[in-house]
Design a protein around this ligand. Sequence first.
Ligand SMILES: [Zn+2]
Length: 141
Amino acid sequence: MNKLANFIKIVLRQSHKALEKREIPVGSVIFDPTTGKIVAKAHNRELSLKDPFAHSEILCIRKACKKLNQKRLDGLSLISYLEPCDMCREVIKSARIKKVYFLFKNKNPKRKTVAKTQYKKVLFEEENLIKEFFKMRRANN
Ligand SMILES: [Zn+2]
């Protein structure tokens, strides 16, 4: 677990970088637990990129996927300054990251302070491309 201490140092450095830019101070590192090597590191850049996706975890996942030239990060671990929010959790799940460490608990991961968005299914019963896509994929296997 000595490696984890090194990763924490990098997470702290990344978090400080974000703070220097007046961003929410969250940094992340993705590493391979079998080799102990860092795959990617990033810090929050929502303000500078004017991008609500630019949480450190998302940017770190994007960098790791680009570096490894794949859309999944099976078996890799992520360490973040703050417990990932719900958006990041979903992306972490999609990327198949196996383990997530964090230094501080997120007191508002569901963003209860933000106005609720309404989701409504419209009446539409015609072609379902999603269904067709997975049917085609199953047929090809
Ligand atoms: Zn997030």
